[in-house]
Design a protein around this ligand. Structure first.
Ligand code: AHR
Length: 631
């Protein structure tokens, strides 16, 4: 009977023109029916040294190759500087350095120089040195000389005009290594990155330098701190956590090249620097404490990734006695983060300037250990799990690959996708078994566009985020990767990165803005909703914040046509007649942002009228929409 009825309806429908049977897309929302809690940790940040993310990026150091440590190639960024008839030879002295960690130095041998024709060495920075007017730069270097008392003049000089933007002279050099500090203050300098830093001496002498450093004003004024524009962009994302340091940077190509956190703390002169897997050496200026202070500045939690005995050239440490010292390193690291100043590593942190412990709830054991073909991860994870839980039973321990011998608290899954895949897989977690470990999507991105994603990628990201949000009872955390790219030639090792910059300016990609929109309108509970007749290009999720009586309706329209939709809000005592609509859209899926055009695709916010609990709304072609309603 029922079947016959449907057959009749189908026949009747087939007899009608298609336009008459197409139904208006609708979103039915049951405001008083929540289906899950939204994880308050859902959106966070993932970081590693890639694409000049720290050196030449967030870490605001302006001098490139400041440490003349082991493993540097030829002096690419240090060149001789001689005026008039002066003469100088610049080389690496492999026998003389300021510390055991930095056993080499920059040897500057001036054979001929005068006050008016000094000679020395210059550094070209990370694709230039940005100079702005009325700005104070903090500088320092380690030095010793064979000619006690020789003065060193440090200047910021324009590459093209030769004009000096700021200058200072350091005196008192001796035959012993010592750190000297100086300040450079600009007056009316033009805003440009076409500058170099030059250190000169006015008479024949040899000076050995190391750790030559220059910082512009930094975020929260931290010494040796972070770039203000980039930190502001991160703050605007309202992240909940920082996965530090994640990715291949944690593992290194070889075990000896892993992120050895103990080499990244304390005075810079005691940090040996290390090769990163992304083809350049890391200064380790962004060390463990700096990562934690980054969290503190953004008021977010660290998700601490500890090295777990696997490096990418298929090198691993077997579980058991061989792994013990690595597990101990992880325990020490957790103590450095969380221990009070009475503990060994808490005391070390206090000595480094931060007596207060940091909050910590999640520790990730390794990175992408499914790449380890030896199959050793199960045993390695289990050993870390046992040892860490014994001392820190409340910590949630994240596994980076499925394992059998213990049930991990959380599993980190990574997705690098085409737009097609992100759209088609947007419901990836709808059917995930809720009895399994919680999920951390620790790296993910739609990879369309380079160096930064275009609008098509942002639309696909947003579709994928509606799925994570709907399932955020199980998907408790997610972080886009990579976060940063220096867009200068040679700056990028991985295409499609969230935020682009050069020495002077930065911009957020359309995908960045999609993250901002979702994280700033998170809500606390997922509300039951049904999207009907919307076609394959429309995605939605609905959350609410009961305390603020706010409903967040997110609609992604990835089609080239506007999508007119009926939205019905049932189960709410009333609906505010005014709402806020924020739209991120562009004329074409290829629309994008860049250094030259940083705001081609940015969100636009406006107030709109709502007719009642059931209303129609047209969503623009290629748009990501957040509708914030009161109920
Ligand atoms: O995000 C870039 C790289 O992708 C990460 O370093 C690694 O974890 C992943 O394979």
């Amino acid at each position: 009977m029922c079947k016959r009825f449907f057959a009749l309806v189908l026949l009747a429908a087939l007899a009608l023109p298609l336009s008459l049977i197409a139904q208006t897309p609708s979103l039915a929302v049951q405001v008083d029916h929540t289906i899950a809690k939204v994880s308050p940790m859902l959106y966070g940040l993932m970081t590693e040294e890639i694409n000049f993310s720290y050196d030449g990026g967030l870490y605001a150091e302006l001098v490139r190759d400041r440490a003349i440590g082991e493993g540097r190639r030829a002096l690419t960024h240090w060149t001789m500087a001689a005026r008039g008839n002066s003469a100088v030879v610049v080389s690496v002295d492999a026998q003389i350095g300021p510390s055991a960690a930095l056993p080499r130095s920059l040897k500057v041998s001036v054979t001929s120089a005068t006050e008016t024709a000094p000679a020395g060495v210059q550094n070209d920075g990370f694709w230039g040195i940005p100079v702005r007017p009325q700005t104070t730069y903090s500088g320092s270097f380690y030095a010793k000389t064979d000619s006690a008392g020789v003065p060193v003049t440090v200047s910021l000089v324009n590459d093209e005009t030769g004009a000096t933007a700021a200058s200072a002279t350091v005196t008192g050099l001796t035959g012993e290594w010592k750190q000297y500090t100086f300040t450079l203050k600009t007056a009316q300098a033009p805003v440009t990155a076409n500058n170099h830093l030059i250190l000169t001496i006015p008479r024949p002498a040899t000076v050995w330098f190391d750790l030559v450093s220059l910082f512009p004003p930094t975020y929260h004024g931290r010494p040796y701190g972070d770039r203000i524009d980039l930190m502001e962009k991160l703050a605007a994302m309202h992240p909940a956590f920082l996965r530090l340091p994640g990715g291949n940077y944690l593992e290194g190509d070889h075990i000896a090249e892993r992120f050895e956190w103990k080499n990244t703390i304390g005075p810079l002169v005691d940090r040996p620097t290390h090769p990163s897997p992304w083809r350049y050496r890391s200064s380790d200026g962004m060390g463990l404490l700096e990562f934690l202070e980054w969290c503190e500045d953004l008021k977010i939690e660290p998700v601490l990734a500890v090295y777990a005995g696997y490096s990418m050239a298929q090198e691993h440490v077997d579980a058991g006695p061989a792994l013990e010292s690595y597990v101990q390193d992880a325990l020490d690291e957790i103590e450095f983060v969380t221990g009070d100043a009475g503990t060994k590593w808490g005391a070390e942190r206090a000595k480094n300037g931060h007596p207060a412990p940091f909050p910590l709830h999640y520790v990730e054991i390794g990175n992408e250990d499914w790449f380890d073909r030896s199959g050793s991860y199960d045993g390695r994870y289990a050993q870390y799990y046992r040892e860490i839980k014994q001392r820190y039973p409340d910590l949630q321990l994240i596994a980076t690959a499925p394992i059998k011998s213990v049930k991990p608290d959380v599993l980190d899954e990574h997705f690098y996708m085409t737009a097609e895949k992100s759209f088609s897989d947007a419901n990836h977690y709808d059917k995930t078994d809720r009895s399994g470990p919680k999920i951390f999507v620790g790296e993910w991105a739609t990879r369309e566009g380079e160096p930064t994603p275009n609008l098509q990628a942002a639309l696909a990201d947003a579709a994928w985020m509606t799925g994570m949000e709907r399932n955020s009872d199980i998907v408790i955390m997610a972080s886009y990767a990579p976060l940063f790219v220096n867009v200068n030639p040679g700056g990028m090792q991985w295409e499609t990165d969230l935020i682009g910059y050069d020495a002077l300016t930065s911009y957020g990609s359309p995908s960045y803005w999609a993250q901002v929109l979702f994280a700033n309108h998170l809500g606390a509970e997922v509300v039951a909703s049904t999207l009907a007749n919307a076609g394959p290009w429309v995605y939605a999720s609905v959350t609410r914040d009961e305390k603020r009586r706010k409903l967040f309706v997110k609609v992604v329209n990835a089609s080239s046509d506007a999508a007119t939709m009926t939205i019905a809000l049932d189960g709410a005592p009333g609906v505010g007649r005014e709402a806020t609509l924020i739209v991120l859209s562009g004329k074409s899926p290829n629309a994008t942002n860049s250094i030259a055009n940083p705001e081609a695709v940015i969100p636009v916010e406006r107030r709109i009228q709502i007719a009642g609990p059931k209303f129609e709304r047209s969503f623009a072609p290629y748009s990501i929409n957040v509708l914030e309603l009161s109920y």
